[in-house]
Design a protein around this ligand. Structure first.
Ligand code: NAD
Length: 316
């Protein structure tokens, strides 16, 4: 009987599919320092982003034949090393793209009407200073007709572009690998249209966008730093639902304080799970604790996809 440890949990649908296929699935979370011992009783492990599967651990559990990552980023797994030892490593890259893209717009709608600040102030001052707050939060803007800049035009970048297009926005996109093609948009009643796109340079995106959203993988160097903020339109809104490290947080705070950037929406941070207080407490930053993929729909898709990858692997 094949045993899988779902150490960071798995959606119930994924567990059910695996059990129906005859697998044993344990969902208790074993602490990192006890994993080497615990994993001796399993054939495979699934993780999200919390559990780390580094070389040393992989070496201690040669019985593990498969590592499954529910989601996209595999920064927590020494993927190449695991594969060199004959361990299959699988993930579910597309399952959460739409959820992350929608979170970008949660941050954008928040920022353009100052919700990040009014949600903090109204519970404290709403009953005594209602009219003053009403005045403070006037001057919002609309998204329709504005230009959405997208940096990193892969799965999530393209889903973000599709949501922007549905809202009547213009899209400017940059990717390390220039691309040209069409984006399919489907509306009520199954009506479908293909919108042509062609990526442009990073400078064009930075200089001409009203809002900028990052969708690149983790990088050693930030993509948006002081020089890039300086080239942006005054009053731009910036969203990061990709990975901490892609924005220089100190430069972002300076740009928010100077008014160059009107607001930021952050789902990811330099120092997770303990982001800097200057970021957490900033009145112009809308915050979410790395929940881009954390919708019921995305988790169901992730669980279903992961289960079928595991079944396929062990039944080969
Ligand atoms: P993807 O691989 O489909 O797309 C990434 C794109 O970025 C690729 O087209 C690549 O060519 C491009 N790219 C790489 N380096 C670049 C650079 N320096 N400048 C411009 N473009 C660059 O990945 P995806 O599925 O779209 O995921 C994008 C990011 O979102 C990843 O960092 C992933 O970890 C993150 N993510 C976050 C959450 C969340 O919960 N917030 C959930 C899922 C994924």
């Amino acid at each position: 009987m094949i045993k899988i440890l779902a150490n960071d949990g798995i959606d119930p649908i994924g567990k059910k599919l695996l059990e129906e296929a005859g697998f044993v699935v344990d969902t208790e979370t074993i602490p990192q320092d006890q994993l080497a011992e615990a994993l001796k009783n399993y054939d495979g492990i699934t993780v999200r982003s919390a559990t780390k599967l580094r070389k040393e651990l992989i070496d201690q559990v040669p019985n593990i034949k498969l590592i499954g990552r529910g989601g996209v980023g595999m920064d927590n797994i020494d993927v190449e090393y695991a594969r060199s030892k004959g361990v299959a490593v699988v993930n579910t890259p597309a399952a959460s793209s739409l959820s992350v893209a929608e979170l970008v717009f949660a941050h954008l709608f928040t920022g353009i009407r100052f919700l990040q600040d009014s949600n903090r102030k109204m519970p404290v001052e709403g009953a005594t200073k209602f009219n003053a707050l009403k005045k403070a939060y006037a001057g919002g803007v609309e998204l329709q007709g504005k230009t959405m800049g997208i940096i990193g035009f892969g799965r999530i970048g393209r889903e973000t572009a599709k949501v922007a297009l549905r809202l009547g926005m213009n899209v400017l996109a940059y990717d390390l690998y220039p691309a040209e093609g069409t984006l399919p948009l489907t509306f009520q009643g199954g009506v479908s249209v293909q919108i042509p796109f062609k990526t442009v340079s990073l400078d064009e995106v930075i200089a001409n966008s009203d809002f900028i959203s990052l969708h690149t993988p983790f990088a050693d160097q930030p993509i948006l730093g002081e020089a890039e903020f300086a080239k942006m339109k005054p009053g731009v809104g910036v969203v990061n639902c990709s990975r901490g490290g892609t924005i220089d947080e100190a430069a972002l705070i300076a740009a928010l304080d100077s008014g160059k950037v009107a607001f930021a929406g952050l789902d990811v941070f330099d120092n997770e799970p303990t982001p800097a207080a200057a970021i957490l407490q900033h009145a112009k930053i809308s915050l979410t604790p790395h929940i881009g993929a954390a919708t019921n729909e995305a988790q169901e898709r992730i669980g279903t996809e992961l289960a079928s990858l595991i079944i396929e692997h062990f039944n080969k």
